[in-house]
Structures are given as C-alpha cells and as structure tokens.
Design a protein around this ligand. Structure first.
Ligand code: AMP
Length: 370
C-alpha cells in the first residue's frame, strides 16, 4: 500500500490547463510542492507550479521527466496514452491508475464498460458503417472529441452525408436523448474506496460546451440520491482514485442515463471552489495523496458561468459587470490568446441570488461584451 504523500513532497500533474492550475493551487494550500507538464510555459498550470516542465503531454520522454521530478503523479487530462501512463506508474505512485483511463478514453470502450455493468445509457453502436443507426443520432469521435468537437447530429437517414467529416476517424453513434435537464455528479473516491460526493449540479451546454452550472440542481431529492448512487457505483466499478464526474441526462420520467464519465476534476465542479467546505481541487489532491477526504458540505447555493474566448472578440470584457454582482468571484486562467470557444475563465456567484444569476447569465455575458 502506497504511503500518504507527506507535506513538502512534490505532486506532479500531467497536463497544464486550467484544471491543472487549480489542482496545483489547492496542492500548495496543503503544503505540497507542485510540478506540471505542458507544451508551453504560458499554459495556465505552468504559470503557477514550483517546477514547470515543458514538453508534449502525450510524449513518453516528457512524461518520465515529470515523473522523475515528482513523488506522486496525477493528471488533469484523460487522453494521456495508457502506455505512457503505465511507464509513469512504474516509476512513481500514479492516481488514477492507468487501467481507469483505459476504460474511459475511447467512447466505445467507455460505453461497453457501462453496458457490461448494466448502467443506464442511450442506445449506441460502432459507427463503422451507416447500418443500424437508431435516428435521430449523434455521431461522436471515439477519441479526442471534447467540448462538442468531433460530433455531428443527424435527424434522419438522409442527413448522413453531413457526418462525412467527423467519420474520417472512428466514431460511435448514440441515439439522441430528449432530456429534461443535464446534471452531473462530482465525487471523490479515496485510495481505500471511500466516497465523498458533492451536491448534484445542473448544467446548461451550448454547442456541446458547458455554458453554466447551478448547484444544488433543481431536482427532487430522490432523483439527486439516485444520481449520486449511480455515480458511486461507477466509481467503484472503475476502481477510480481521485475526483471524477459523471454527466447524466435527466429524462421526463425522472429516470437517468449516463452521458459521459470524466476521470478528473470537472468544469461543472468549479462551483465547489467558494461554495463547499472542500473544493473539488483540494479533494482531488486529498484523494490521490492518500489524505482523509474533506467535507463536501455546501454553504450556500452557487452558480458558475464559463467565460469563453468569444467574449474577447471586440476587446477585454467589462469586468465591472461581474464585480458588481454580490457574492461573485472571477477566475481567469491566464491564457494568452482568446479564441472563440476557448475556456478563458469563469465566475462563481455564491449566495441566495445564485438561481437568479443562472437565469441572468446571458444578459450578464452580453453586458460584459457590449
Ligand atoms: P459530450 O461531449 O458527449 O458530453 O456532449 C456534449 C453535449 O452534447 C452534451 O452535454 C449534451 O448537451 C449534448 N449531447 C451529447 N450526447 C447527446 C445525446 N445522446 N442526446 C442528446 N444530447 C446529447
């Protein structure tokens, strides 16, 4: 059994995005030194870690360099090739373990994993031929599709040519789900299998990208309990260690379907930083380092609104709009260039006005960029 990581030791993070940055800041708060690997010194995490390591995240030599500089390794990106992670895990304790990523990275393998365990999900199949698709469908790339990229919606068979571009890489088809709401469960699973789940989050996506999150979700208590129970079973079945997210569709009959598993801290859990006793980032560090998990108690309702690069189209957004919202906190990730669809930051509003801010998000964003 791997010993808990002692304060003063170095936690290495594979990946240098905003998730890595927020993990690193939490790790520092617990007394750890931090290292992170990414292709650019200007990446969000490399700006804040003690030991920035520059190199491709999916490169075996660069990943070993990170491992050698660290006492324990974790990740903020689930697409690190399993072989590379296996080598890292031979050199240093690594959580989550490579086998978890092996079950997640490829959408077809992930769906087959869910099916094997009888977890509820939409009808799906391998999209290697156009046969057997259960329209309306979404065609999704099996790997390297995220934030709605590498996806295509087809209402009927005659729409199939629209999928030609996406289908240049191996894909799955998924039956389109007519959902009432999208929710996610963020939870941590410790090394000993202990679970700490956060209040269920309610999510709005636009163009496949998370737009905003309200927590707790406006759903009945028993539905929230079912969602947490389902995510807990998935975490145990995966043998995951660390924070993970399970995105789900809530159907009109209040039943749940799993959309996607993310074996890492998640954008829909950003609200926990400010709204919960232990943020998802601190919780992740606690779980992978073998510390006791912290309380997930939420102090007040919270909303999180993503700030995409589109906001910068004309000039720097008017931050006074966020600053004037009672209980609002702005997080910017330090990304040097704002591109459309790129996650540049977010703001969280904690307090009784959260649900109203959730509804007002578009008006706020419009005021920021006006
Ligand atoms: P994903 O990258 O799979 O999380 O998909 C991004 C977003 O697309 C989801 O959050 C949903 O809003 C939508 N979506 C994905 N799959 C489906 C589906 N099978 N049915 C309906 N909407 C979907």
């Amino acid at each position: 059994m791997t010993q808990p990581l002692a304060p003063g030791k170095t936690l290495g993070i594979l990946g240098g995005g905003q998730l890595g940055r927020l993990i690193a800041e939490a790790a520092k708060g617990l007394g750890y030194r931090t290292a992170a690997l990414d292709g650019s010194i200007h990446s969000p995490a490399l700006q804040v870690v003690d030991l920035p390591i520059i190199g491709p995240v999916d490169d075996a030599v660069a990943a070993m360099k990170l491992a050698e500089a660290s006492d324990l390794v974790t990740l903020e990106w689930e697409l690190i090739p399993v072989k590379i992670l296996e080598n890292v895990a031979k050199a240093r304790p690594t959580f989550p373990e490579p086998s978890v990523l092996g079950l997640i990275q490829d959408r077809l393998i992930q769906r087959n994993f869910l099916a094997r365990h009888g977890f509820p999900q939409t009808a799906y199949g391998e999209a290697d031929t156009a046969l057997g698709w259960n329209y309306p469908v979404i065609i999704k790339r099996r790997t390297y599709g995220y934030d709605g990229k590498g996806q295509c919606r087809l209402m009927k068979e005659s729409d199939a040519p629209k999928a030609a571009e996406v289908l240049k890489a191996p894909c799955v088809w998924e039956k389109f789900v007519d959902f009432k709401a999208e929710i996610s469960v963020i939870l941590a699973r410790g090394r000993g299998g202990e679970i700490a789940a956060y209040p269920v989050a309610e999510n709005v996506h636009r163009g496949g990208i998370l737009h905003s999150t309200l927590a707790p979700a406006r759903i009945p208590k028993d539905v929230a309990a079912n969602a947490v129970a389902l995510a807990t079973k998935i975490a145990h079945a995966l043998g995951h260690v660390g924070v993970m997210a399970v995105e789900m569709f809530l159907l009109h009959d209040e039943s749940l379907l799993v959309n996607e598993i993310a074996p890492r801290v998640h954008n829909s859990g950003h609200y926990t930083l400010g709204a919960c006793a232990t943020s998802q980032f601190e919780q992740h560090v606690r779980a992978v380092c073998g510390l006791p998990l912290g309380s997930t108690a939420q102090t007040a309702p919270a909303v999180m609104i993503n700030l995409l690069g589109d906001l910068w189209a004309k000039r720097e957004p008017r931050w006074s709009v966020v600053e004037a919202i009672p209980g609002a906190k702005l997080h910017l990730y330090g990304k040097p260039d704002a591109r459309p669809g790129r996650k540049m930051g977010h703001y969280v509003v904690v307090g009784p006005g959260a649900a109203a801010e959730f509804e007002r998000a578009d008006a706020r964003l419009a005021a920021m960029s006006a």
